[in-house]
Structures are given as structure tokens and as C-alpha cells.
Design a protein around this ligand. Structure first.
Ligand code: SF4
Length: 384
């Protein structure tokens, strides 16, 4: 397929991996921010092409994974109300809250619907003025423009029965939180190409300078990722810490100005909780006062609700690159995509789900090679 096959060319990938190996003189840890990049890395075995000195860490860039437990609970409470039509992208329906998921609300009679655009939910509200239509507005800067447009349309077209449950998060504050943490291992970042298509990459310049880290805006195909890694390693080996753009076929320095203007009109920047990570200052969006009438949290009285995360799930450490999914004792045992304990096992972009889909057999074969004493320890972990 044109514009896809070129970026999956095996011979070119091998040449790029050889170039990385040629210039690597010491260990480096590089984090890809986006869950789509994580999925590509694990699916295509990109990490296995690299020299052993290069460690890839998987960052917090899956929007489903970082949506906090209490937001899922709020969605469940709102969706269960008889007057509500609750609209969401499909990947949010299986995310576990403290007492079920949106599929279970639907099974119990809730009117939960999958839509493919927030504007579909606005249309539904316009056509059903007797119902309350709520859209679950989650995601990074990538999905925020369409959600801002939905709120703006509902406001200007005077559609009072449309509201949004907002849980938007922003990438640069998360990068800053990771780099500022005492257990940080990340020495360079692959920034998410689609986020930068909207926002540009000016916001990353002060981060690269403050923390002395290379940041390379990178795409999602195997060759994009390998080239992004090569650009990071070149900078690390040369002692440079700059922002570079591997994904120039989509990203411009200033991003998409009309989209940014619309987002600034509808949203304001606030502190947001990230699932498994905690609250990060200035890391998300909320509706501006002018659009507060479309705020589902206020409309349905769930704004004050909060809940603690599951203590067994270590997805917070996975999302900060401190641990790999297989290091979680529940991985592939008590936690699987069919019965997920944490959000990183739900979404196909989640690191735990990607490792389960493409790497769980490796874990089994490693376990099979262990001496019998180790295997008995594994079984005792299973029973805990
Ligand atoms: S394997 Fe499951 S329990 Fe462990 S970190 Fe991943 S989502 Fe959480």
C-alpha cells in the first residue's frame, strides 16, 4: 500500500538498525511517549533489532490507559441514568472502573452507544431534545480539537441537552513529570507525531534545554521509529540535547493554528489526575466558564467524587517507564485482556496489552527453561 509499505521495508529497517549499532558506544534509555508507537515497537519487534545497549521504555501516551479510575466511575454513574444517552469511542467501553465497565452498564439497560465522532453525539442531541446526550471526551491534544468543535457547535446552535465528560491530558507536562521524578531512567524521548501535528513542537524546546534531553518528534511506522531512535542516539552520543523532527511529512514547527485557537477558546488548562501516576500540574483541559453549561460533571452532580486506584496494578510504574509489563506479578495470570485489572491491559495501545498480544509466549518459554525451584516460586505467586 502506497505510503505504508515504504515505511515497513525490511532491508531499510535492517540498514537503520545497523546504523544505530555502529554509533552506539554505551547504554542509553529512550522513551516513546505514544501508545501507538509502543504497539508498533512490540508488534514489529523493533526493540529486538537494536543493540543490547539501547533500552526502549514505554511512556504514558495511551489515552485510555491514563484516564483515571474516578473518571471511569463518573462515566458509569452518568451512563446508568435513565434519561442519558452516553456516547463514547469504542475503546473506552471495556475500561474497568471500580464496579464494572460501560459494557456492563449497557447490559443492565443503560443507553450506551459507540460513536465515531463527537459531532455524531451533537447530532444525536439535536434530534433527541427530550434525552440528555453525554460524550466521553478523553484523549491527548490529538482528539481535543474535535471535542472542542462539538462543544462549540452545541453552544452556538443552542443544543442544551448535549454535555461532555472531559478528561483531556497534555503531553509536555507528563514529560516534565517523568524527567523530574527521582527514579527517572529516560535519557531521550520520541515525541508523538500526531500530537505534534496539532500542537507543533515549540513547547518541547524548554524541556530539552532544562533537562538536557534530546526529543525527536517521531511517526508510527517501523522505519519512522527506527529513524527517530537513530536521531536520538546521534544526539546522545554527540552530547547534544535538541528538539528534532523525524515526522516532517506531517508535523510543522507551529502545528495546526486553527485547531489550537479553537481548543483555547473552549478549554482552559488545569491540573489533571493520570491513572496510576497521580495529579500532574497543568496537564489537562477543562471547559472554560463560557461553556460550563455543557459540563457533564456539574450537570449530573459527580464533580466531587474520588476513588483510590487498585493497589495490585503497577501500571503507574509501567507508564513512567520504571517497569516493563512482564515485571508485574499479575501479568498474563490474574490480568489478561479478557479480565483486565488495569487500563494498560485494556487498550490495544496499552503496553501491557501489547506485550500480552505479542510477547506472552516468550515469558512462558522463559518460565519453561527455569529450574524447578523457580517454577514452584511462580506457582506460589499465582495463588497470592
Ligand atoms: S499487567 Fe495488569 S495489573 Fe499488571 S500493570 Fe499491567 S494492567 Fe496493571
Amino acid at each position: 500500500m502506497k505510503f505504508v509499505d515504504e515505511y515497513r521495508d525490511q532491508a531499510a529497517a535492517a540498514r537503520c538498525a545497523q546504523a544505530i549499532a555502529r554509533i552506539t558506544t554505551r547504554p542509553w534509555s529512550i522513551m516513546e511517549v505514544c501508545g501507538g508507537q509502543t504497539h508498533s515497537i512490540v508488534k514489529y519487534g523493533i526493540d529486538e533489532l537494536l543493540p543490547k545497549a539501547i533500552t526502549l521504555l514505554h511512556g504514558p501516551g495511551c489515552p485510555v490507559c491514563v484516564t483515571p479510575l474516578e473518571l471511569i466511575d463518573k462515566a458509569l454513574q452518568i451512563a446508568a441514568r435513565p434519561e442519558v444517552v452516553f456516547c463514547s469511542f469504542g475503546d473506552m467501553l471495556r475500561v474497568p472502573g471500580s464496579g464494572g465497565d460501560l459494557f456492563s452498564v449497557k447490559a443492565q439497560g443503560g443507553d450506551v452507544r459507540i460513536v465515531y465522532s463527537p459531532l455524531d453525539a451533537v447530532k444525536l442531541a439535536r434530534e433527541n431534545p427530550q434525552r440528555q446526550v453525554v460524550f466521553f471526551a478523553v484523549g491527548f491534544e490529538t482528539t481535543a480539537p474535535a471535542n472542542a468543535m462539538a462543544v462549540f457547535q452545541a453552544h452556538t446552535q443552542k443544543i442544551p441537552n448535549f454535555s461532555v465528560l472531559v478528561s483531556h491530558v497534555l503531553v509536555p507536562p507528563a514529560i516534565e513529570a517523568i524527567l523530574g521524578a527521582p527514579d527517572n531512567r529516560t535519557q531521550a524521548f520520541l515525541a508523538a507525531g500526531h500530537v505534534c501535528t496539532v500542537m507543533g513542537y515549540q513547547e518541547y524546546l524548554p524541556l530539552a534545554k532544562k533537562f538536557r534531553v534530546p526529543i525527536v518528534v517521531t511517526g508510527f511506522e517501523p522505519l519512522d521509529i527506527l529513524q527517530g531512535i537513530l536521531m536520538c542516539v546521534e544526539q546522545l552520543e554527540q552530547g547534544r540535547a535538541e528538539v528534532e523532527n523525524q515526522y516532517a511529512r506531517s508535523v510543522q514547527s507551529q502545528g495546526n493554528r486553527p485547531a489550537q485557537d479553537l481548543m483555547a477558546k473552549v478549554f482552559r488548562v488545569v491540573a489533571r489526575k493520570w491513572r496510576g501516576v497521580g495529579e500532574i500540574p497543568n496537564s489537562g483541559y477543562s471547559l472554560r466558564d463560557e461553556f460550563a453549561a455543557h459540563d457533564a460533571e456539574a450537570r449530573f452532580g459527580v464533580a466531587g467524587y474520588s476513588v483510590d486506584e487498585d493497589s495490585e496494578c503497577i501500571s503507574g510504574q509501567v507508564l513512567r517507564g520504571v517497569k516493563k509489563p512482564q515485571e508485574c506479578p499479575a501479568f498474563g495470570k490474574r490480568c489478561t485482556p479478557e479480565r483486565p485489572l488495569g487500563a494498560t491491559m485494556v487498550s490495544s495501545e496499552g503496553a501491557c496489552a501489547a506485550y500480552y498480544q505479542y510477547r506472552r509466549h516468550e515469558q512462558r518459554s522463559l518460565a519453561a527453561e527455569k529450574p524447578s525451584q523457580d517454577r514452584s516460586q511462580d506457582r506460589s505467586q499465582d495463588r497470592r
